[in-house]
Design a protein around this ligand. Structure first.
Ligand code: ADP
Ligand code: MG
Length: 326
């Protein structure tokens, strides 16, 4: 998993940050390479924002350091910031400014030369799809369009690296899809770190995922690699008709069954079970044989491969999936 390329674009080593008793970030090290879209996934208070603020030189770590495009965050913060576009959790926008004026204003503040401002602004209007709202004030825009303006501002100085903190929080489902598409488009040309507590977000956008919990990195890999870590925990879902307790005992006695729970009941006497297994294929065959041999009615029988979500829940020990998937 370590670098194939020589120099990582982002290189964080042993970073720790405390706030009083709270260890917000605890000995975190990772690298990001050119062209990656890194999903930084973790529940609330995991340390995502703190890590991003350290990388963007808004916060100094207590221990460790980081380099961005080869520049150390302590020694060359100006060079680091020049190469990064940072979209914080709530984008700092002037609501009473017109969209076009806002883009021009930020371009000036960012020190883009007068000759280049119009072409940079035009590029951002194009990339972020802002043509239709140019004459409006930012305050009049939907949240989805505000986030597009936020992204345009974040990229106006054409940074190679984007750091996006929970970029779809507060958007409605269709806006979420649009912003994810935009991030994918941008990600084909730039190196991106995006944080989220929403699992489908990293599956939709990221080439690699880091899972952080209570300040510590707990897993790293492609979405597929992380899901395959859950192998051995494969499940079989089965719906049979009969008395729940009898069926439960019979299912648990089958070869390859390592656990069983009742997950639902239907009004016509069918009971649904979730089975844990060390070999889901073998267990599914055994369930079929059981139903045939005993003349049981079988309504449903399928294998469920562990998903990234299972891994996430396991690693972050959260039982309420609503809290992490929204
Ligand atoms: N400025 C601060 N002062 C005190 N505690 C903070 C501060 N910033 C973050 N924390 C604490 O650090 C932990 C990590 O926070 P944060 O990095 O914002 O997590 P995330 O972005 O993953 O939700 C939390 O417990 C949070 O309360
Ligand atoms: Mg945060």
């Amino acid at each position: 998993m370590e670098s194939r390329q020589a120099t990582p674009v982002i290189d964080i080593r042993g970073v720790t940050k405390r706030f009083g008793e709270t260890v917000a970030v605890d000995d975190v090290s990772f690298q990001v390479h050119r062209g990656e879209v890194l999903g930084f996934l973790g529940p609330n208070a995991a340390g995502k924002t703190t890590t991003m603020r350290i990388l963007t030189c808004y916060l100094a770590p207590d221990e460790g350091t980081a380099a961005v495009a080869g520049f150390d965050i302590f020694e060359n913060p100006v060079e680091v910031r020049r190469r990064i576009g940072y979209l914080p959790e709530s984008a700092p926008l002037y609501l009473d400014m017109g969209v076009l004026d806002h883009l021009r204003f930020v371009a000036e503040v960012r020190g883009i030369s007068q000759n280049d401002i119009e072409s940079r602004v035009d590029d951002m209007i194009d990339v972020c799809g802002l043509q239709a709202v140019l004459s409006k004030d930012v305050g009049e825009l939907s949240k989805g369009f505000r986030q597009r303006v936020g992204l345009a501002i974040t990229m106006i100085h054409d940074p190679d690296i984007l750091i996006l903190d929970e970029p779809t929080t507060g958007l409605d489902p269709s806006q979420i899809i649009e912003i994810r598409e935009l991030i994918r488009t941008i990600g084909s040309e730039k190196t991106v770190i995006l944080s989220t507590h929403i699992l489908p977000e990293v599956e939709a956008t990221s080439t690699r995922v880091l899972i952080i919990n209570e300040g510590r990195l707990v897993a790293s890999g492609t979405p597929g690699e992380l899901a395959s870590m859950a192998m051995g925990d494969d499940r079989v879902v089965v719906t049979l008709r009969g008395p729940a307790a009898d069926l439960e005992a019979a299912l648990l006695a089958l070869p390859h069954a390592t656990g069983v729970e009742v997950t639902g009941a239907e009004p016509d006497g069918f009971v649904r079970f979730g089975l844990l297994s060390d070999d889901a294929t073998g267990l599914a065959d055994a369930v079929f044989d059981l139903a045939r041999d005993r003349g049981l009615r079988l309504r449903e029988l399928r294998r469920e491969t562990a998903s990234l979500e299972d891994i996430f829940l396991k690693l972050t020990r959260m039982d309420d999936s609503d809290e992490v998937t929204e």
